[in-house]
Design a protein around this ligand. Structure first.
Ligand code: PHE
Length: 302
């Protein structure tokens, strides 16, 4: 560039020669620069390719994946069993009214049975968290009346409880409801026995023990022979040889009526079981609090 700017001082007759030569030098330098630059870039690329070898055929790193919660797994097993028996899943609300959770199920405000189902109250009078899935019975009847019904009603229930290894303030239930003409206690027993065999194995033995629920008459608890000790008596069944797995009974005429069905024409049965209790027994989990403690060390075992 100095030569170019000094050209005016060069004698006139030499100027074309000097200028031409300066141009040749400039072009040669520029060409050399481009060439060298390219070579440097090429060799640094080669260096990177050699030192940071990437094998695209290697398997990818496995992302950490969540799993299905043991309570949900059990619920899904239950749906599958009941689906085979023609039951549909019918979902109803967690937030209920006193009317549906109690009154329409034949549990008036003064009834001592309410003690069994003490719950959480919202600041809106009469609006509560459901203590069982049974209020769904009224909802499903009111939706389908006068058609026959065969449904399971799953979901979270809430109770005012002292939390312990055996009781939680929240837990799932699966309610069963069948309504139709000529539904008998025999149908209930047959259905529940069939369920127990599908759930606990072909040889599962069951028994019905008389019980009391205001919304069923007669009422019973169903026990299944302890599948841990085979009925001999162990720590899990507390020496009795039997495990209580659900409450059940024939739908009370008043409840049928509250659902819109004429009890002189229709009958039905209902049952309620606790998926966590079943998971507890199946996996021999000794503390129900693990279910909602959200500890991965527990959850990743399923
Ligand atoms: N709702 C009852 C409970 O929570 C269980 C049940 C359901 C009993 C249906 C009979 C019929 O204890």
């Amino acid at each position: 560039m100095q030569i170019f700017s000094g050209l005016p001082q060069v004698p006139k007759e030499l100027r074309p020669q000097v200028g031409q030569r300066a141009n040749q030098v400039k072009q040669a330098l520029e060409a050399a620069l481009v060439e060298r630059g390219g070579a440097i870039r090429q060799s640094s690329l080669e260096h990177v390719l050699n030192s940071e070898r990437l094998d695209v055929t290697l398997p990818g790193r496995k992302p950490i994946q969540g799993g299905i919660h043991p309570a949900t797994q059990t619920l899904r097993d239950l749906y599958a069993i009941f689906a085979e028996m023609g039951f549909q899943v019918y979902r109803t609300r967690d937030v209920e009214t006193d009317e549906y959770n109690f009154e329409l199920l034949n549990i008036p405000a003064y009834h001592p049975a309410r003690d069994m189902w003490d719950t959480f109250y919202t600041t809106t009078p009469g609006v509560i968290l459901r203590t069982h899935t049974s209020p769904g019975q009224i909802r499903v009847m009111r939706e389908y009346c006068p058609d026959p019904i065969r449904v399971v009603l799953p979901g979270m229930c809430y109770r005012y409880e002292q939390v312990s290894a055996r009781s939680e303030i929240q837990f799932n239930q699966l309610e069963l409801m069948v309504v139709g003409r000529n539904i008998t206690l025999g149908d209930m027993k047959g259905t529940l026995n069939d369920f127990a065999r599908r759930m606990f194995g072909e040889n599962a033995r069951t028994r019905l023990r008389p019980s009391y629920f205001p919304f069923t008459e007669p009422s019973a608890e169903m026990d299944v022979e302890c599948f841990i000790c085979g009925g001999k008596g162990c720590a899990i069944c507390k020496g009795s040889g039997w495990l209580e797995i659900m409450g059940c009974g024939m739908v009370h005429p008043t409840v049928l009526q509250n659902g819109g069905y004429d009890p002189r024409e229709f009958s039905g049965f209902a049952a309620g079981l606790g998926p966590e209790r079943i998971a507890l027994l199946r996996h021999r989990i000794e503390d129900i609090r693990y279910f909602w403690a959200n500890d991965v060390r527990f959850l990743e075992q399923f």
